[in-house]
Write a protein that binds this ligand. Structure first.
Ligand code: NAD
Length: 258
């Protein structure tokens, strides 16, 4: 039985990877979906529409607050409400801190952190008014621990966990919850770029680079799948999770247990 029929979910960065898997999983539970992101949008939209729900797309650039505000307004106009907000859009840039380009720092902070502040502040009034809402921030193990050469990403992901806790406290007496999911390595386009870079740098095959990357941090030696993360998001949207508030829930093959 679908559990989210009649609800609307906005999933940022849902044209590929984890965001797309979340959009599909929520649609399978009956939620209408507003999609967003810069990837192959027609293919992504078609795979969500195949679940038999209403789907639309907004091309807001998540580094631009005015475009984010327009997307929230457009979603509320189109579907009547935003019940579920998945802050998922994200980028990565890898460099030592003294070499980190200023514009890349600004972009990572804007897309991976500030965008969630803007979507939340614009969507929350409607959720509070209806006394129901789910805000899920896709953080990372890098919101809990650090790795070298990822200064902006680690700062943004630690920041979004802080934002999650504040929003959870400010909504604690309402039917709105706010939580973060902290994935370990997931083989998506964002990580494939790091696999490609490693294969080239070390002169090894793509498969060897994948194994080296995942084994270095994840005791399980296995990637987490987008579908596993999406199942956790569906759980957080359900009634059984109504008292999960302010959590930073890792799914990381044991990465942060070490
Ligand atoms: P991905 O590259 O497949 O997806 C990122 C999405 O964000 C895409 O749809 C992309 O178009 C969109 N996007 C990028 N910049 C944007 C912008 N300015 N405006 C709007 N959309 C934009 O990567 P993914 O791995 O699925 O990443 C999704 C989230 O999961 C990110 O926040 C990432 O940090 C997080 N995450 C990923 C991993 C992993 O191993 N892949 C691990 C932990 C956390």
């Amino acid at each position: 039985m679908p559990t989210l029929t009649g609800k609307t979910a906005l999933v940022t960065g849902s044209t590929s990877g984890i965001g797309l898997a979340m959009a599909v999983a929520l649609a399978r539970q009956g939620a209408n979906i507003m999609m967003n992101g810069f990837g192959e949008k027609d293919v992504a939209i078609a795979s969500v529409k195949a679940c038999g729900v209403d789907v639309d797309y907004h091309g807001a650039d998540m580094s631009k607050p005015a475009e984010i505000e327009a997307m929230i307004a457009a979603t509320e106009r189109r579907f009547g409400a935003i019940d579920i907000l998945i802050n998922n859009a994200g980028i990565q840039y890898v460099a030592n801190v003294e070499d980190f380009p200023e514009d890349r720092w600004d972009a990572v902070i804007a897309i991976n952190l500030s965008s969630a502040f803007h979507t939340t502040r614009f969507a929350l009034p409607g959720m509070k008014q209806r006394n129901w809402g789910r805000i899920i921030n896709i953080a990372s193990v890098h919101g809990l621990v650090a790795s070298m050469q990822k200064a902006a990403y680690v700062a943004a992901k630690h920041g979004i966990i802080g934002l999650t806790k504040v929003v959870a406290l400010e909504t604690a007496r309402t039917g709105v919850t706010c939580n973060a999911i902290c994935p370990g390595w997931v083989l998506t386009p964002l990580v494939q770029k790091q696999v490609d870079a490693r294969a080239e740098r070390e002169g090894i095959s793509n498969d060897a680079a994948k194994l080296a990357l995942v084994s270095e941090k994840q005791p399980s030696g296995e990637f987490v799948s987008p579908e596993q993360l999406a199942a956790l998001a569906v759980f957080l949207c359900g009634n059984d999770a109504s008292e999960v508030r302010g959590a930073a829930w890792n799914m990381d093959g044991g990465w942060t247990a070490q």
